[in-house]
Design a protein around this ligand. Structure first.
Ligand SMILES: [Zn+2]
Length: 386
């Protein structure tokens, strides 16, 4: 298993002046292409689940594939929730396995951006998850671009406690119309003032030299989507021109094409060849299970079903709770507990957060603590064998 703390990963990149690629994954082809590229060139990598694209796929299903690819990968991987628009979205991202989240309130007023980001930081940090926010505005075309200013950036980071900052220094999402004009002095000043990993959105279409200069000035995470999809679309068009137009023919070679482009970019960004040292210097990202075992002697199966439903409903609302498995003994005796509730948490930090959550306290007090016998609660760390 090679899931690592994103905070450690990006710190390493920032201090060693290279950047890690964060690729928004929208399909299995994407996932295979990117993870194969990272393994080929021994690069740490971030797999992104982007909220704006979530209408196109089942986020929960894709997240399961992403997490499983990360766990079996031989290079360090982090999973990022990209362009979250709300607190609820970010909580959902953490539930799906993201260990880094972006809250993007850059299209709102500065005060609103600060307030929303601050709220997300409080919740995400309680789950051990670092937060990226955006200041200034990186638009989908050149027209509405708003540059990040040094003073605002300094105040923003101080007030919100954000871990990484996406800056607007002349790039746009998607494809550039004309030549990109990048404001390097602005980036340098922001970097000197903040001293935290900076994030580049809108990297597609930049030259190697431009990317190198941006990375030398504090960019430690490069978001990438269009460069990869453009290569895939070209291949689809080529395949479509062939006589055999079946689906499998159409998608043949797609993830290999994506892998080629991702490998090329990883070499430019300087993350290629860094996997071993990143793995050595990053803390692993490990979930924990909070396991409650108990008997409820005066409760019949109908009431137990109600209690179970209610418990699941309450706990799944709590940030950092990922899943709840409820089981009952098959071969129990009078001394062993009959019920076992296995509550999977994003990280060990969530244990305290859960235990202090008013809804959780109210529920366990009413249904379990006052009525259960043989009650135990144990925390198990999920081992990194995979
Ligand atoms: Zn972006």
């Amino acid at each position: 298993m090679a899931l690592v703390q994103m905070h450690d990963m990006l710190r390493h990149a920032y201090e060693n002046k290279y950047a890690v690629g964060s690729f928004d994954v929208v399909s299995m082809d994407f996932l295979q292409g990117v993870i194969n590229a990272a393994e080929q060139c021994r690069a740490p990598v971030i797999l992104g689940l982007a909220e704006p694209y979530s209408d196109h796929f089942d986020m929960e299903l894709l997240a399961t594939a992403v997490e499983s690819a990360a766990r079996r990968s031989s290079v360090p991987v982090a999973i990022h929730y990209d362009h979250g628009s709300s607190v609820e979205g970010v909580i959902r991202g953490i539930r799906h396995g993201c260990n880094g989240v972006m809250i993007d309130a850059s299209d709102r007023s500065l005060d609103e951006n600060i307030a929303t980001t601050k709220e997300v930081v409080q919740i995400a940090h309680a789950c051990g998850v670092p937060v990226e926010a955006e200041l200034g505005y990186v638009p989908d075309n050149g027209n509405d671009l708003i540059f990040t200013t040094v003073d605002e950036a300094r105040g923003f980071v101080r007030l919100t406690g954000v871990d990484f900052l996406a800056v607007s220094i002349g790039t746009v999402h998607g494809r550039f119309k004309g030549k990109p004009r990048l404001d390097y002095p602005r980036l340098r000043h922001i970097n000197e003032a903040l001293q935290i990993p900076l994030v580049l959105h809108g990297s597609s279409g930049l030259s190697d030299d431009q990317l190198h200069r941006l990375i030398a000035n504090g960019i430690a995470k490069v978001n990438c989507f269009t460069a990869i999809t453009d290569r895939a679309v070209e291949l689809l068009r080529r395949n479509a021109r062939s006589k055999d137009e079946g689906y499998m023919k159409l998608v043949t070679g797609i993830h290999e094409e994506m892998e080629k482009e991702a490998t090329r970019l990883m070499r430019i960004w300087g993350c290629a060849g860094r996997a071993a040292e990143v793995m050595e210097q990053c803390h692993p990202w490990q979930g924990v299970d909070y396991v409650l075992k108990f008997n409820l002697p005066d409760v019949d199966s109908d009431e137990m079903a109600i209690i179970t439903r209610r418990g699941r409903q309450i706990m799944l609302q709590i940030p950092g709770v990922r899943e709840i498995k409820v089981s009952e003994t098959l071969n129990g005796n009078n001394t062993s507990p009959q019920y076992c509730w296995q509550v999977s948490l994003a990280s060990v930090e969530v244990v305290e957060y859960l235990k202090q959550h008013p809804e959780f306290i109210k529920f366990t007090r009413r249904y379990i603590n006052d009525r259960a016998t043989n009650l135990t609660n144990t925390i198990y760390r999920i081992n990194q064998i995979g």
